[in-house]
Write a protein of this length. Structure first.
Length: 164
């Protein structure tokens, strides 16, 4: 005889007795509430923080992120005084106080056999990406500039002589 043959009738009897038991409605709910009162659960740390603290933390992190992005946008490596560490500047002031901005690499400018300087007026819209202030009032205006041109007529650098 197998051990299973002796256990199965016992389980059948247990199932029959359990089917006869019927707890009144709401007993389980009341027992769970009594248990919760007797043994209170500690809330997780994220549920204990108040909404104001979460709002403050979110606001501060958003402000820090915005300031970081803004400062990275303001930092233009082409306008660094000496980005390559080789002594050549991409941005410098000439003797007249005009601002010289290289539009091509210093190597390209140095390799040019016969550069020439041409006086011109450029629209503020075209210079906005170089950092020239642009407002709705002066958007249609021009800026006096001197362009350093290569032999092929391509602009190599620009010197802003008047921002008025």
């Amino acid at each position: 005889m197998d051990n299973r043959d002796t256990i199965d009738p016992l389980f059948d009897a247990l199932r029959g007795e359990m089917a006869k038991l019927d707890a009144p409605r709401g007993v389980e709910k009341e027992l769970l509430q009594a248990f919760a009162r007797q043994f209170p659960q500690k809330q997780p740390w994220h549920q204990r923080l108040a909404l104001r603290r979460w709002a403050l933390a979110g606001g501060l992190s958003t402000a820090v992120t915005a300031l970081t992005v803004f400062s990275l946008l303001l930092h233009n490596p082409r306008l660094d005084a000496d980005p390559d560490g080789d002594g050549r500047a991409l941005l410098s002031r000439d003797g007249n106080g005009g601002l010289f901005i290289a539009l091509e690499s210093p190597e390209r400018i140095e390799q040019e056999p016969a550069p020439r300087v041409v006086e011109t007026e450029l629209s503020r819209n075209s210079l906005a990406r170089l950092g020239v202030p642009l407002t709705p009032e002066n958007a249609g205006g021009t800026v006096k500039a001197e362009m350093l041109l290569g032999a092929d007529g391509e602009p190599l650098a620009v010197r802003l002589t008047s921002l008025d």
